[in-house]
Design a protein. Structure first.
Lengths: 156, 389
C-alpha cells in the first residue's frame, strides 16, 4: 500500500512538473506601473499603465494600440470581411540575460498574395521598453517608454 | 436565400387558433441560435441567442421527417406558409443578423428554455432560420413535462400576439434590462407618442450655416433625435446585462454630457447614440465598409505620415486583422455587420473605460483618437445635443 502511494505521488509530481514546464514563464524584466513616452509620435506611442497582474499573464497590453503574446504561436484565421482573404499572426519570444524580445508578425493574404505585412518588435528591459514597427516597405517608426516614478512608491 | 426559405418553421395554434392543431413535434436545438426582438412587427432586431438545449414546439404537419435517418426537414415554402395565415398575424421578417447577409426570422413557440424554465406563457421568439436549418441542429425529443395543474395556461390575446416584444420574457432578466427593452420598444414604435420629440428639437441650431452630418449617420440617430435601425442595434447591445451597468452608470458620458444624470433612461439612450454617431462620423463618415489607412498626407509637413499601427475597418475603425481583434475578446470576432462593429466598440468602451471607473470622455488611453482629442473632435457635436447641456 505504501509503495502504491509512493508511486502515485511520484506520478503526480512528474505530471505537475511537466505541466509547469509547458506553462509560459512570466517576463522577468517587465515591471508593473505607469510608462511614459520618451520617444516617438504621441498618437502612436501612447502612455499606458501596466498592472501587476498583467505583467505576469500570457498577453501584455501596452495601452489600446499594442498587445503581445508572451508565448510562441501561429494563428491563421479567415477574414470576416473578404472571402478570399485570411490573416496569419506569428508570435515569438527571445529571452536574454538583460532583456526579453517579443515579436509579432501580422500578414493579410488575399488570393495567396500579401496585402499587408506588419512586424512589431517589443524589447523589454527593466523600466524601459522599445517598440519598432516595420511593414512591407521597411522600418516605419519606433516608440520608447520609461517607467514613471510612482510618488506613492517612493514616499519616504 | 432560397435555402433559407426552403427550410422554415411554422407556428401552429398560437397564431392560427382556428386551425385544427396537429400534434406538436418537439425538437431540441443543439447549437445556440440567434433570436430577434420585434419592435413594431415590421423590423426585427437582433436580441441575443436561444441557448442550446432549449426545446421548441413545431406543428408536426409542417415538418418532414426522413424515416431512415430521422433528419428533420422543415418543409413548405414561405409562400405556402404565409397563405395559411391571415395577413394580420405575425409574419416572418428579413433582417441582417450577425454574419447572415439576410436572415429570415420566424416566430416560434419555445416550450422550454435551456435552463429548464418555461418562458412565461406561450413564449414567442423570432428565430434566425439559417441557424436552425444547420445540419444536426435539431433533435427530436419527448414533450417536456406538462405544467402543474395549478399553473394557468393563458391563451394570448390578439394584442399580446401582435406585441411580440411583450411576450419575450427572458428568465433571470434583471428588471433594469426589462425596463430598458420596453423603453426601446416604445422608442421605436412608429406610432408611439413616446417617440414624440420635445420642442425645441434636440439638436441645437447655431448661427453658422446649418451643420450637416453625413446622411448615413441618421441610421444611428438623426438630427431630430429619432433612432435609426443601427441605433436600435446599438441600444440593444448597451442594454445587455454585461454592459447596462457601465453605460448607464452615474456620469457615464463625462464631459460629453454633463447633465447625463438628470436625463431619463430614454434620453440617456439617445445621448449615447448621439455620441456613437458623432464618433462614427469622425472615424468613417458613418460608412460601415470604410477602410482605415495606416497613413495620411500631412499638409503641414507635406509628407505622408503614419496614422495607425495597422489597417482599420468600419464605422468605429476596428482593426481589420481578425487576429488583432481576437486578442480583444469574442465581442470583436466578427465586424462584418453594423451589429458586429457596434458590439466590438461597445465592448472596448466598456472594458477600457467604463469598467475602469472612467467615463466615455475622460480617458487618455481610449482606443479612439477622436475620444482622446475629445475637446476638438467630439465636444463640438455633443454640445449640439441640447438635453446634455
Amino acid at each position: 500500500m505504501f509503495l502504491m502511494r509512493m508511486r502515485i505521488l511520484a506520478l503526480c509530481t512528474l505530471l505537475l512538473g511537466s505541466v509547469s514546464a509547458f506553462a509560459e514563464a512570466p517576463i522577468a524584466h517587465l515591471e508593473s506601473g505607469r510608462y511614459e513616452r520618451t520617444r516617438g509620435e504621441p498618437h502612436l506611442c501612447l502612455a499606458f499603465r501596466l498592472s501587476a497582474g498583467q505583467a505576469k499573464r500570457s498577453r501584455v497590453e501596452l495601452g489600446p494600440l499594442y498587445s503581445f503574446s508572451t508565448k510562441k504561436s501561429v494563428h491563421r484565421e479567415p477574414s470576416d470581411l473578404h472571402r478570399n482573404c485570411e490573416f496569419i499572426e506569428t508570435n515569438s519570444r527571445e529571452d536574454y540575460a538583460d532583456k526579453t524580445v517579443l515579436t509579432k508578425n501580422n500578414v493579410e493574404l488575399c488570393d495567396g498574395k500579401a496585402k499587408s505585412d506588419i512586424t512589431i518588435r517589443l524589447t523589454i528591459r527593466s523600466d524601459h521598453l522599445n517598440l519598432d514597427l516595420e511593414d512591407e516597405f521597411g522600418p516605419e517608426y519606433s516608440c520608447a517608454w520609461t517607467k514613471a516614478n510612482d510618488i506613492r512608491e517612493n514616499a519616504n | 436565400m432560397k435555402q433559407f426559405f426552403a427550410a422554415w418553421i411554422l407556428i401552429g395554434g398560437l397564431f392560427a387558433p382556428t386551425m385544427s392543431r396537429a400534434a406538436d413535434l418537439y425538437v431540441q436545438i443543439q447549437k445556440d441560435i440567434g433570436i430577434g426582438h420585434s419592435s413594431d412587427q415590421v423590423n426585427v432586431s437582433a436580441a441575443g441567442s436561444l441557448r442550446a438545449g432549449s426545446i421548441l414546439a413545431i406543428p408536426e404537419q409542417f415538418v418532414k421527417l426522413n424515416p431512415t435517418s430521422r433528419q428533420i426537414d422543415l418543409g413548405k415554402t414561405l409562400a405556402a406558409w404565409a397563405a395559411d395565415f391571415a395577413p394580420d398575424r405575425v409574419t416572418p421578417r428579413s433582417f441582417v443578423y450577425r454574419d447572415q447577409t439576410s436572415a429570415a426570422f420566424f416566430p416560434v413557440r419555445v416550450a422550454r428554455a435551456a435552463d429548464g424554465s418555461r418562458l412565461g406563457t406561450e413564449p414567442v421568439k423570432w428565430i434566425a432560420l439559417a441557424s436552425l436549418a444547420k445540419t444536426g441542429n435539431l433533435k427530436i425529443v419527448s414533450p417536456p413535462a406538462a405544467p402543474r395543474a395549478t399553473a394557468k395556461r393563458e391563451v394570448p390575446s390578439e394584442a399580446t400576439m401582435k406585441c411580440v416584444a411583450c411576450t419575450q420574457a427572458v428568465p433571470g432578466t434583471q428588471t433594469a434590462q426589462q425596463d430598458a427593452q420596453q423603453i426601446l420598444t416604445l422608442l421605436n414604435a412608429t406610432a408611439s407618442a413616446s417617440n414624440a420629440l420635445p420642442k425645441p428639437p434636440l439638436a441645437r441650431r447655431g448661427t453658422k450655416p446649418a451643420y450637416r452630418r453625413p446622411p448615413m449617420c441618421s441610421n444611428i440617430i438623426n438630427e431630430e433625435g429619432r433612432i435609426g435601425t443601427w441605433g436600435q442595434d446599438i441600444a440593444h447591445i448597451m442594454f445587455e446585462p454585461r454592459y447596462i451597468g457601465g453605460f448607464f452608470k452615474s456620469n457615464a458620458l463625462g464631459k460629453f454630457c454633463p447633465k447625463f444624470n438628470q436625463l431619463s433612461t430614454e434620453m440617456k439612450t439617445r445621448a449615447w447614440l448621439w455620441f456613437w454617431a458623432t464618433l462614427a462620423e469622425k472615424e468613417s463618415s458613418c460608412d460601415p465598409k470604410k477602410p482605415h489607412s495606416t497613413h495620411y498626407y500631412n499638409r503641414a509637413t507635406r509628407r505622408t505620415e503614419r496614422l495607425n499601427p495597422t489597417p482599420g475597418w468600419g464605422l468605429w475603425a476596428m482593426e481589420k486583422d481578425v487576429n488583432l481583434r481576437r486578442a480583444r475578446g469574442p465581442a470583436c470576432y466578427n465586424i462584418r455587420t453594423v451589429e458586429g462593429q457596434a458590439r466590438c466598440s461597445i465592448d472596448i468602451m466598456n472594458r477600457r473605460q467604463l469598467r475602469r471607473n472612467h467615463t466615455a470622455s475622460s480617458d487618455a488611453e481610449s482606443y479612439w483618437g477622436p475620444v482622446r482629442r475629445g475637446d476638438q473632435q467630439i465636444m463640438p457635436n455633443m454640445r449640439r445635443f441640447q438635453p446634455c447641456f
